[in-house]
Ligand binder design. Structure first.
Ligand code: C2E
Ligand code: MG
Ligand code: MG
Length: 712
């Protein structure tokens, strides 16, 4: 009976009770009930009226009938009675008996007892109940006088009359009721056909309406003529509403999908950003930030659980050289491979991070509960990582060999914060480097103290440079005849608290930190200014010179030569008045480069002495190639000259080498006349030492060792 186009969604299952309730409360049944009640009430009303009317009509009819009897038969009956005409009397009564509802007719004559009188003749049945008697007096007029002969009694069947009236009323009720019921049924069908089933269908469609299903429809399947009725309009309105809703729903779905995609993209971007924020772009290892977060976490866990862990600070050896020599791309590839090897060599719960450059940190939580055990485990892991890194790394066609210096700090003992712990592992790593690299070193607190002291010294030194608190001392250089032919400039730093700090303590530190470049420049400037003054005043003769110590790093510094030449030019000091003392360390790393640089300066007339000669390699092979002008025999060989034959032999050999390569030879640290005599006897041309003079400040030096100034 469903007149809708396919409506999707199942009709919900209902119990019999529910169905009955729905039926009872439906428009159709209620309409019928209303109709039936209304028609019943009207029918009953009409029947009552009808009944009443019938009664009245019967009564009226009876009155008319009585009148007719009176007019038509009464005189004839009185006459027949008068005449004793029995036949006529009987005939007349028989005619009266024919009247409607007449049950019996009788003639009574007056009796002396009175009452009803005596029965003369009766026709019909008079012994039935419910009879009503109408009395008509029988009078015969004779000679102007009325003679009462008796009465004519007509006995009407009142019960039959009433029955008849009821009967007719009942008929009316039945007919009316039947018609009413029939009309109700027809109406029900019509209402059902035209209204309720469509309403039900619409209700079902609305109940099962699915926003997402485009096949859903509220259009009714009914023959349409004209513009349609209210139900069509409701259906049309619902259909319009459905289209609108589904359009809105589709829009919503589309917007939702776009939004979802947007959110997903945003989440991805956020995840990427989050990842980038916590990972190193090159190796994809966790970065410093993530590492510090994890360390802080693991420190807390270690404190709580009473277990120890280790932090390995891993620094690749000579990575800078590799990077410079083979290019950054190769360097990057090596770093990626190193990262992979480190990662592979650790447990799942360990974390390896890249701090930057060639520095990595491995965090190894929960290695045990006893320090010794944990240290052993940490060393095992460190050695394992070093072994893994030692395997050759092939990049393109090249094979690289990498080693690493590893510093180990145990936690929570070696540091209560992430910063401390990393710093301490870093300190230990530096120690490993100092021990010749490719080694593992554990953090020790006293080492840290030493390092901290060094840091303090370094910052003090920076301040000293800024405040011009450095000084240059001069120590005379004398020739075979004891004449001062020049001096060595030696740096002095008088610390406000520590007093005079010997250069042996702070120069290596300057070298490490790079501060030596600034310090060296300062020394050169102040020496050149001094030389200029001394030469101008004639205190320093044209043949005399000052030798200045140049540290390897300073010498290798880009633009060192140019700056020196510019300074010479500025101070109008001839290059011949300057000797540069360099150590073998300058030449060791890159001999060709060193030779080129030396040669350039020598071409300008600047001389070079190899300082501390004999303590390093001092090989003939490179001495032959070096464009040097002199050698300085290290003080250590001079000290025991008289007693140690080996030292004497070395000094002899150096003197022979100097003669062979035509180099000036200076003996340092000559403290006694015996040493001086020995050296002079063997032809050592230049001598330096406390025996001839200690390093003293410029004014004292000038006063004690230089010419008296020319009067201006
Ligand atoms: P050096 O170049 O070998 O300097 C000679 C050192 O021997 C000086 O120590 C000097 O005071 C000391 N000396 C000289 N004669 C004697 C002696 O008879 N007996 C003893 N026991 N010592 C003597 P100083 O001044 O402490 O310098 C130490 C080192 O510091 C220098 O060794 C040099 O390598 C470095 N240095 C000093 N000044 C500078 C500088 O301006 N620049 C650079 N780069 N290094 C410097
Ligand atoms: Mg020197
Ligand atoms: Mg020396």
């Amino acid at each position: 009976m469903d007149r809708l186009k396919p409506v999707h969604g199942a009709t919900p299952h209902r119990t019999l009770g529910q169905r009955l309730r729905r039926m009872v409360y439906g428009i159709g049944p209620r309409l019928i009930a209303l109709l039936v009640v209304a028609s019943m009430l009207t029918t009953i009303g009409v029947a009552l009226l009808q009944f009443r009317y019938n009664e009245l009509a019967d009564r009226q009819e009876r009155a008319i009938e009585l009148e007719r009897i009176r007019l038509a038969h009464l005189d004839a009956i009185a006459l027949a009675l008068w005449n004793f005409d029995e036949a006529q009397l009987r005939l007349q009564l028989a005619v009266v008996l024919q009247g409607p509802y007449v049950a019996a007719v009788e003639v009574r004559e007056p009796s002396p007892e009175g009452g009803d009188g005596t029965l003369r003749l009766r026709l019909g049945e008079a012994d039935r109940p419910g009879l009503r008697v109408e009395r008509l007096p029988l009078v015969h007029r004779r000679n102007g006088r009325d003679n009462l002969l008796g009465s004519l009694n007509v006995l009407y069947d009142e019960a039959a009359m009433q029955r008849n009236a009821r009967q007719r009323a009942l008929e009316t009720v039945l007919i009316q009721g039947g018609i009413g019921l029939l009309m109700a049924m027809v109406l029900l069908l019509v209402v059902r056909r035209t209204v309720t089933r469509h309403l039900s269908a619409l209700a079902r469609a609305a109940a099962t309406f699915d926003l997402a299903d485009p096949r859903t429809s509220f259009r009714l399947q009914r023959r349409r003529r004209g513009p349609g009725d209210e139900i069509d309009r409701v259906a049309d309105a619902l259909e319009t509403m459905r289209e609108g809703l589904q359009r809105a729903y589709r829009d919503l779905e589309r917007t939702n999908a776009e939004l979802q995609a947007d959110i997903a993209a945003r989440l991805r971007a956020e995840a990427t950003a989050e990842h980038l924020a916590h990972h190193d772009a090159l190796t994809d290892l966790p970065n410093r930030r993530l590492l510090f977060q994890r360390i802080t976490h693991e420190l807390a866990v270690a404190e709580r659980s009473n277990t120890l862990g280790a932090l390995l600070f891993i620094d690749l050896d000579h990575f800078k050289t590799l990077n410079d020599a083979r290019g950054h791309d190769a360097g990057d590839e090596v770093l990626v491979e190193v990262a992979a090897r480190l990662r592979a060599g650790l447990r799942e719960i360990d974390l390896v991070a890249r701090l930057g450059g060639d520095e990595f940190v491995a965090l190894l939580p929960m290695l045990g509960e006893l320090r010794e055990r944990v240290a052993l485990n940490a060393r095992m892991v460190a050695d394992k990582l070093r072994t893994a890194l030692a395997e050759p790394i092939v990049v393109g066609e090249e094979v690289h060999r990498i080693s690493a210096s590893i510093g180990v700090a145990l936690f929570p003992e070696d540091g209560s914060s992430a910063e401390d712990l990393v710093k301490h592992a870093d300190t230990a790593m530096y120690q490993a480097k100092a021990e010749g690299r490719n080694a593992v070193h554990f953090f020790q607190r006293d080492l840290l103290l030493a390092m901290e002291a060094r840091h303090a010294l370094e910052s003090d030194l920076r301040q000293a440079i800024e405040e011009d608190a450095l000084d240059v001392a001069y120590q005379p250089l004398v020739d075979l005849h004891g004449r001062v032919c020049g001096a060595e400039a030696l740096l002095r730093w008088t610390h406000p608290r520590r007093g005079v700090v010997p250069p042996g303590q702070f120069i290596p530190l300057c070298e490490e930190s790079g501060l030596v470049v600034a310090v060296g420049d300062w020394v050169l400037r102040s020496v050149l200014a001094q030389v200029h003054d001394w030469r101008a005043s004639g205190q320093l003769g044209p043949e005399q010179y000052i030798s200045v110590n140049i540290s390897p790093r300073q010498f290798r510094q880009q633009g060192f030569g140019d700056r020196l030449l510019a300074a010479l030019h500025e101070t109008e000091v001839p290059p011949s008045a300057l000797v540069l003392e360099i150590t073998e360390g300058v030449v060791l790393d890159d001999i060709d480069n060193a030779i080129t640089r030396m040669q350039t300066l020598r071409d300008h007339g600047i001389r070079f002495y190899i300082d501390d000669f004999g303590t390093g390699y001092s090989s003939m092979a490179y001495l032959k190639r070096l464009p040097a002008d002199g050698l300085k025999i290290d003080r250590t060989f001079i000290v025991d000259l008289g007693s140690d034959n080996d030292d004497a032999a070395i000094v002899d050999a150096i003197l022979a080498m100097g003669r062979h390569f035509n180099l000036a030879v200076v003996a340092e640290g000559v403290e006694t006349a015996a040493q001086a005599d020995y050296l002079r006897a063997r032809g050592c041309g230049l001598l330096q030492g406390y025996h001839f003079g200690r390093p003293v400040d410029a004014a004292v030096f000038a006063a004690e060792h230089l010419n008296t100034p020319k009067p201006r």
